[in-house]
Design a protein around this ligand. Structure first.
Ligand code: ADP
Ligand code: NI
Length: 202
């Protein structure tokens, strides 16, 4: 099991080496690490969780032009690794269930593996790392960092209210909720500090 995970890491490290929008390999590696921590307390199939975490952004339409082709590529790779059809199916389902899609993803996370990978991905948008990723993404889109609480403002700080501060209540597992609370509070402190510095008013 370890060797197929190592091979998957190596493959994804190469495929994601160029990305500067927050979908770098390190994001995948962090999601896999967080998912392993969640699995230790919540259970679930560790192989399914690790591979789904490492592959979860591969078929993202923001990264590839053909989502279905990317999914087929993943399936072929796993078949080549002699993974059972059931395991491959579970991994692909978890990948499909993980994305946020503005909170309206029609594919719900149902199994514990799906729930854990979704929680781990959402946790990576929170806390200190979440702040770094948001401003990195914003800069890559030439989005204004601030303009906070201006009506209809498209700023990175607005993204905190639009999405990031909502994620805590969307956690599937108890273990993830505990981590999300800590990260949520850290982000609130960050906003408080910006107010203290008279950068933003609310
Ligand atoms: P993932 O698919 O890894 O869950 P997304 O593709 O939705 O995440 O976003 C990648 C990162 O960019 C996340 O950390 C997210 O918070 C951030 N991000 C997404 N949209 C915006 C935005 N409009 N402004 C600032 N940050 C954003
Ligand atoms: Ni992700």
């Amino acid at each position: 099991m370890d060797s197929v995970i190592k091979k998957a890491e190596k493959w994804m490290r190469i495929r994601f080496s160029e990305d500067k929008t927050g979908h770098d390999f390190e994001h995948l590696a962090r999601v896999a690490r967080t998912a392993a921590k969640l699995q230790a307390t919540e259970g679930g199939n560790a192989l399914v969780i690790q591979l789904a975490a490492l592959f979860h952004d591969y078929p993202d339409e923001k990264l590839v032009s053909n989502t279905n082709l990317a999914k087929e590529e993943l399936i072929k790779w796993m078949e080549g690794e002699k993974l059972s059809p059931n395991v491959i199916n579970d991994i692909m389902r978890a990948i499909n269930a993980v994305s946020y899609r503005g909170g309206s993803n029609p594919i719900q996370a149902i199994s514990i593996e799906e729930k854990i990978v979704q929680d781990a991905d959402r946790l990576d948008a929170l806390g200190a790392i979440g702040i770094i990723r948001a401003f990195t993404y914003g800069a890559s889109k030439k989005q204004a960092p601030l303009d906070y609480a201006c009506e209809n403002a498209e700023s990175t700080l607005q993204h905190f209210d639009d999405k990031l501060f909502k994620l805590k209540n969307l956690m599937n597992t108890k273990s993830a909720l505990a981590m999300a609370k800590d990260r949520h509070e850290y982000m609130q402190l960050f906003i408080e500090q910006l107010k203290k510095e008279d950068v933003i008013k609310r």
